[in-house]
Design a protein around this ligand. Structure first.
Ligand code: NAI
Length: 802
């Protein structure tokens, strides 16, 4: 069509409009100021790389070189960590208000330079300028504003918590500056100093941000930027003077980082891949759903961790929706990212383009039907057409693997239950989008999908106040919201707790008190307990048992030597009991109160038996505090609630505390009753089912516990107990793919092994870090800190208005 001779109405109908390029001259001038060569930003100044030299960062839309970037080596990382460590006391000595002012100043500065930052982002990454200008950079500013608020309020809102210290942060290339903001803003607000490594394909905006830090006069060393590739990231991960690692990127690297940090006390948060379902019911507004898909899978060329890459359509509307979608796809404009009329820009790098092509080819070879619109692609640069696959089998590579490109895999379902099953049929659990005009169906499905974020009749909405992060192999920890700030804080007492050392048969207090056991308290020798699985007392698979002796060496009884098979059975039983998660909070509280009642009725005999191992004084205290703890968690059951956020859109987001699922628990040795309850109770209060390994010093406690449980209306399978050797049983739990989280109390070696072995399905792990926790002190042994770990926050975005 000849654009010059067409009328406005014709142009409107055809949507064939001319190019509208963004001016890149100011960004180029900025790059020229640095002679297009960037060092590391360490201790508030620029440094040439120690030995790694430079690598090129390219414009993926042309292949042209933009600048030379320092390649960080271990020495560079070490210099940056030292600078951060030195800056920490300076940063922490400031008042909360002073820190808030710096974060506020950074937000202002981002807004002031927003056009330059948008252009730099677009030329480095290939994303359309429309997106970097209207989505990425405004969200960056919003993140710093929001966290300026947390800097101000942190000490009031998190009393007793302290910053982790020096934080290592590694980010990907898909939202370079936004991911930087998601990492740096909460870290600084909490009072940490950071060393951040941007992705090798997209370092420019992080370097531009370093300059903003200088402009606002941020104390040198509070923010350090070291550029480089995966090896630079690895050097940061293994650096001994780092207190926390925050990572966003591929699941594979996340897994490697889990293993690499297992032997340290580094706190860890991982935001990994996804294969998010986009579920469309027959009563949905289909035109809106199609627009949602444009945002869901073609935003940023589909290189989005929460991209709605699996389209699940109700069978009755599948043909109609597919047609509408194809029609819309033919109007998408793939072109130069700096053109304001471009919908789909360039793929970030050749290797990524090849990865997409490879996965698409595999999908075709598996028999799925591939459809692409007949639209032009620029002759130069790395582009890929929007792609729709139909006839996709749920096990296909297209349905299971993160493609990270503009490729949508469509499948059909008949009923809401089938939709949920399909939606949950991947290892991931990052996000989901649900389309239905029925509020009942939409919210029911939103609650059943295992994902950290669910958008109802919307997609890809983000806000700093609403946490973001995954379930299952999409990682753990949240970014944004109160829960995001928690990732950068630790209870001060926990950091200072003494080491357990190599572990003792019973704790110091137990040894001290053991002398005052009454000989008459000791039970008959032949007391034998069983395993407790699925609400039943069962014999162990091995047929072996282990002896349990008093502190004076008297044989008290025998417990089964549980093995791999017993753990597997217990995990299966826990899996079948998951409806506990949907029991009402009131109902869970009632069960806990009833449990307390029954425990106190058996107090005398239980104390008498426990006293033989831990001494009468400790046994009485354990019993008394156990009843108290049951009351405390019964109280929490209907008070540890979610919140409703009001993001700056016509939406509310419901932050719901959801249970994690099946949790393995290795209980403390020295407090057989109180330690067991201190770990198991927060988990079951939150709706999890547990497989617990009771204290190895007094495993007979299992017998006492299940007798009480049996009379307390606790549904079978919610609490399972397998006695045996902690290290052996813990390993089975850590490696079991149906165990969703692991809580492990023990010495350094046990905790490190728990973390390392849990990398397989990336289960969340809580440990005592080999430190001693005083469970007799309510401040340390109970409350929110445990409940926070027992839940994962799911944010459901619900729109309102016409
Ligand atoms: P990646 O996970 O390798 O890179 C992410 C960041 O981690 C980069 O800064 C990189 O330099 C760093 N890194 C790499 N290896 C490391 C190591 N061993 N230790 C510490 N840091 C390390 O992701 P990549 O190779 O760029 O992309 C590969 C695939 O990963 C993509 O096709 C996509 O499927 C997925 N991905 C997912 C992202 C998400 O947000 N979920 C983001 C980026 C990639």
């Amino acid at each position: 069509m000849n654009m010059a001779n067409t009328t406005l109405a014709e142009k409107f109908r055809s949507m064939e409009y001319g190019v509208a390029p963004e001016d890149s001259a100011p960004a180029s001038a900025w790059l020229d100021q640095f002679q297009r060569r960037f060092g590391h930003f360490i201790g508030g100044a620029w440094y040439a790389p120690a030995q790694g030299g430079y690598f090129e960062t390219l414009d993926p839309s042309t292949g042209d070189k933009i600048a030379d970037i320092a390649r960080g080596c271990a020495a560079d990382v070490d210099a940056a960590v030292k600078a951060a460590r030195a800056a920490l006391p300076v940063w922490q000595a400031l008042t909360p208000h002073a820190r808030a002012r710096f974060l506020y100043a950074l937000a202002r500065q981002v807004q002031r330079h927003s056009r330059r930052l948008s252009v730099l982002e677009t030329i480095d990454n290939g994303k359309p300028i429309r997106e970097s200008r209207d989505i990425d950079i405004p969200l960056v500013a919003r993140h710093f504003y929001y966290h300026a608020g947390w800097a101000q309020l942190r000490e009031q809102e998190f009393p007793g918590y302290q910053a982790c210290g020096v934080v290592g942060q590694i980010i990907p290339w898909n939202f370079p500056l936004l991911m930087l903001a998601w990492k740096i803003a909460p870290a600084l607000a909490a009072g940490n100093a950071v060393v951040l490594k941007p992705a090798e394909f997209t370092p420019l905006t992080a370097l531009a941000f370093a300059e903003l830090c200088m402009e606002v006069g941020l104390p040198p060393g509070v923010v350090n930027i070291v550029t480089g590739d995966g090896s630079t990231g690895e050097a940061l991960v293994v650096h001994p003077d780092i207190d926390k690692i925050a990572f966003t990127g591929s699941t594979e690297v996340g897994r490697a980082i889990r293993r690499a940090t297992a032997d340290s006390h580094k706190k860890l948060s991982l935001e990994l891949g996804g294969k998010s379902p986009f579920v469309v019911f027959e009563d949905a507004d289909l035109d809106s759903a199609v627009e949602g898909l444009v945002d869901g899978i073609w935003l940023n060329q589909g290189q989005v961790c929460c991209a709605g890459s699996r389209l699940l359509m109700q069978e009755s509307i599948a043909t109609q929706l597919t047609r509408k979608l194809q029609a819309r796809m033919t109007t998408l404009r793939v072109g130069p990212p700096l053109d304001k009329t471009t919908d789909i820009g360039a793929i970030v790098a050749r290797v990524q383009l090849e990865r997409i092509e490879g996965l698409v080819a595999r999908g075709v070879s598996e028999g799925a039907s591939c459809w692409q619109p007949d639209i032009p692609l620029p002759s130069r640069g790395l582009y890929y057409k929007p792609t729709l696959f139909t006839n996709v089998h749920p096990t296909s590579v297209l349905a299971q693997q993160e493609i990270f490109g503009p490729v949508l895999a469509a499948m059909t379902f008949r009923t809401p239950a089938e939709a949920v099953e399909l939606a949950n049929n991947t290892a991931y659990g990052l996000a989901a989008s649900v389309w239905s005009e029925s509020v009942n169906v939409a919210l029911q499905v939103a609650s059943a999908i295992k994902a950290g974020v669910v958008w109802v009749n919307s997609t890809n909405l983000f806000d700093a106040a609403t946490g973001f992060g995954g379930y299952r192999e999409s990682g753990f920890g949240r970014e944004g919201g109160r829960e995001g700030l928690r990732e950068y804080l630790e209870p001060a007492w926990f950091r200072k707790a003494p080491s357990l050392g190599r572990g003792t048969a019973a704790g110091a207090e137990a040894e001290a008190g053991a002398g005052d056991a009454h000989p008459g308290d000791e039970p008959p020798i032949d007391r034998t307990v069983k395993l407790y699985i699925g609400g039943k007392q069962v014999r162990p698979d091995s047929g072996y048992s282990i002896q349990c002796r008093s502190s004076k060496g008297v044989l008290l009884g025998e417990v089964p030597l549980g093995n791999r098979k017993d753990i597997r059975n217990a995990v299966e039983a826990a899996g079948k009991a998951q409806k506990w998660a949907s029991a009402t909070a009131h109902n869970r509280a009632q069960v806990l109160y009833y449990w307390a009642e029954n425990l106190s009725q058996r107090a005398q005999e239980l104390v008498a038996r426990l006293a033989a191992v831990v001494g009468r004084r400790q046994a009485s205290r354990e019993l008394k505090l156990s009843v108290e703890r049951l009351f405390a968690y019964a109280a929490w059951a209907d008070k540890y609630e979610g919140v409703v956020h009001s993001p700056p859109y016509r939406n509310v987001s419901l932050a719901m505390n959801e249970p994690i699922g099946t949790v393995g628990v290795v209980c403390p040795e020295s407090t057989p009753l109180l330690g067991f309850l201190s770990l198991v109770l927060p988990l079951v209060t939150a709706g999890n089912c547990v497989v617990a390994v009771p204290s190895v010093a007094y495993p007979l406690i299992a017998g006492d516990l299940y007798q009480v449980l049996e009379t307390s209306d606790m549904p079978g399978g919610v609490i399972n107990m397998v006695t045996g050797k902690p290290m052996e049983l813990m390993k089975v739990l850590a490696e079991h793919d149906d165990v969703d989280a692991l809580w492990c109390y023990g010495n350094e070696a046990l905790c490190a092994t728990a973390k390392r072995l849990s990398a397989g399905n990336l289960k969340q792990v809580w440990t005592n870090e080999g430190r001693q926790i005083d469970f007799f002190n309510e401040r340390y042994g109970a409350g929110r800190w445990y409940l926070d770990h027992a839940c994962q926050v799911k944010n459901v975005w619900v729109p309102y208005g016409e």
